[in-house]
Ligand binder design. Structure first.
Ligand SMILES: Cc1cc2nc3c(=O)[nH]c(=O)nc-3n(C[C@H](O)[C@H](O)[C@H](O)COP(=O)(O)OP(=O)(O)OC[C@H]3O[C@@H](n4cnc5c(N)ncnc54)[C@H](O)[C@@H]3O)c2cc1C
Length: 275
């Protein structure tokens, strides 16, 4: 989501390079709130392409590119997309694959599923490279929590929890997904010691007894990740999974190209949709 005062792009662009130093001292061109995957890659692309713009990231944490998905400490928490399809650069589809072969394991192939934490290192590396390519003066990382956003005198002001407000000409909100809603079950609420509302909260499995029984609500990839984490903690109790459809995530299977080679293609003449 991108916010900018309406008059900005016409009024400011021509003088951007001349006033850059002054802008860095007081007003950023673009502030990205959230430095997970989206915020970090947006910043890297802006630095690579938009010469002259000053870019800042405001994030609660200290490390770019992690966010919820890629900050898991467990190496068995894997990407759900193979390495060959995870490049952060649309003009270089094997960028992540080559990076992983260089930095992790030379035998990695395009169809390998790699740890999510490794992908966080990669995304962070993409930004580091963009900064190192002569953009040190144009980038700022601000570790803090954004509280609110106001438009004032043709600029935007972002209020923070700890530091002074940040003035900027445009804001990108890249704050990720919000936690899920609580199920409406009597006794299961945020106050209940038996209920953990958010699977990705810090140290969520920390205080669980080694024996006991756990019910996971939902049978998707997050449940699989939690089961793996429970196993790694040597959890000896029972785990039950509640699913609306009774299905578990399926393995990737090798797929043949379609139509099979040698088959004559017939053009689709018309597709009707009935809803
Ligand atoms: C557990 C999990 C696994 C996933 N695995 C995959 C996968 O394998 N492959 C795939 O393609 N996709 C995966 N996804 C989808 C994934 O969410 C997206 O691909 C992508 O990481 C989302 O990036 P994002 O920047 O929108 O959010 P996030 O990466 O979550 O980043 C949001 C950032 O905003 C910051 N933030 C939020 N509010 C504020 C505030 N008020 N002030 C300051 N900072 C703030 C947070 O600290 C965080 O760093 C997964 C998602 C999850 C939850």
């Amino acid at each position: 989501m991108l916010f900018y005062p309406r008059e900005w792009h016409t009024a400011c662009m021509p003088i951007m390079s001349i006033v850059l130093l002054d802008i860095m001292a007081s007003v950023l061109d673009i502030l990205i709130v959230g430095g997970g995957f989206s915020g970090t890659t947006i910043a890297a692309h802006l630095l690579r392409r938009a010469t002259g713009l000053s870019v800042g990231i405001l994030d609660r944490g200290g490390q770019p590119g992690r966010g919820l998905a890629y900050s898991s400490p467990h190496r068995f928490h894997l990407l759900n997309v193979p390495a060959g399809n995870m490049s952060a650069l649309p003009d270089d589809s094997e960028h992540f694959l080559r990076w992983a072969q260089r930095n992790y394991d030379a035998s990695i192939q395009g169809r390998s599923f790699l740890p999510r934490s490794l992908y966080g290192d990669y995304v962070s590396g993409v930004l580091e490279q963009a900064i190192a390519d002569g953009n040190q003066d144009r980038f700022r990382w601000l570790q803090d929590e954004a509280l609110s956003l106001q438009q004032r005198n043709g600029q935007l002001a972002v209020q923070r929890k700890s530091g002074p407000e940040v003035l900027t000409r445009a804001v990108v909100l890249a704050i990720g997904n919000f936690p899920p809603a609580d199920p409406r079950v009597p006794g299961l609420g945020p106050g209940s010691a038996l209920y953990l509302p958010f699977a990705w909260a810090n140290n969520v499995l920390e205080d669980l007894p080694a024996h006991g029984s756990i019910l996971l609500i939902g049978a998707g990839l997050t449940s699989v990740d939690l089961i793996m984490a429970l196993r790694s903690k040597n959890f000896k109790g029972s785990i039950r999974v509640l699913s609306r459809k009774g299905l578990l995530p399926q393995r990737y299977r090798a797929a043949e190209p379609w139509p099979p080679s040698g088959t004559r293609r017939r053009p689709v003449l018309r597709v009707d949709c009935y809803g």
